[in-house]
Design a binder for this molecule. Structure first.
Ligand code: PCA
Length: 208
């Protein structure tokens, strides 16, 4: 079989959830070019539903066979692009803030026999640095929470660890987009969020 030379990066964003009508994560993913540094960018929207989001992601990875997977989600209230370091084996959300299908798991493991946590296998520091060098506010985050974003990140890293050890993956949380008009909270223009994602993907592709 001929060796695959062009890399594929699977980049996902989420559907709107809670009271929001847009989710800046997928809106920014849609603004990305179809190629970054010669790598083909495959974009997908993921529903904000515990477990189902992970199953949909698994089917996408099986179909696309990406070399890198970058998951993106909204973290309202955060002031910069935040590259997540770790996903924990816990899903927990308040009863009054269920996912988009009404699920509100409490203190439940994501994978019952799975490890307590997985570290991102993306070059998180290089990604933050490249964003900062391009004047995009960015930092590392040490918690992706216990809602659907952490759930999806844990599912991804468990999948890669068990079935695709050569594939790297991780998660980036983004602030509210300015167009969401949360005037008392930090936000970034959608185009700036997209530029940040592009820088982060470039760094992931350039780091051996
Ligand atoms: N943010 C949520 C889930 C979907 C999204 O965009 C989270 O941080 O868990």
């Amino acid at each position: 079989m001929a060796e695959k030379t062009t890399k594929t990066v699977l980049v996902t964003g989420f559907a709107p959830f809670g009271k929001e009508t847009v989710n800046p994560s997928y809106e920014a993913v849609k603004l990305l070019p179809d190629k970054i540094l010669d790598a083909v960018i495959v974009k997908a929207e993921i529903p904000v539903v515990f477990r189902k989001s992970g199953q949909i992601l698994e089917a996408l990875v099986d179909a696309e066979r990406p070399d890198l997977v970058v998951l993106v989600g909204q973290a309202g209230g955060r002031a910069s692009m935040e590259v997540e370091r770790i996903a924990i084996n816990c899903e927990d959300c308040p009863p009054d803030f269920p996912d988009n299908e009404g699920n509100a798991p409490a203190d439940a493991p994501i994978v019952p026999d799975g490890p307590a946590a997985y570290f991102s296998t993306l070059p998180i520091k290089a990604m933050v640095q490249r964003m900062q060098q391009n004047n995009i506010p960015a930092q590392i985050s040490n918690s992706a929470g216990t809602y659907v974003c952490n759930d999806l990140m844990y599912h991804l890293l468990h999948l890669l660890h068990t079935r695709y050890p050569a594939v790297s993956g991780g998660f980036i949380h983004v602030p509210y987009a300015t167009l969401q008009r949360h005037t008392a909270l930090p936000s970034m223009p959608l185009e700036e969020i997209a530029r940040g994602l592009q820088c982060a993907i470039e760094a992931a592709l350039l780091t051996p």
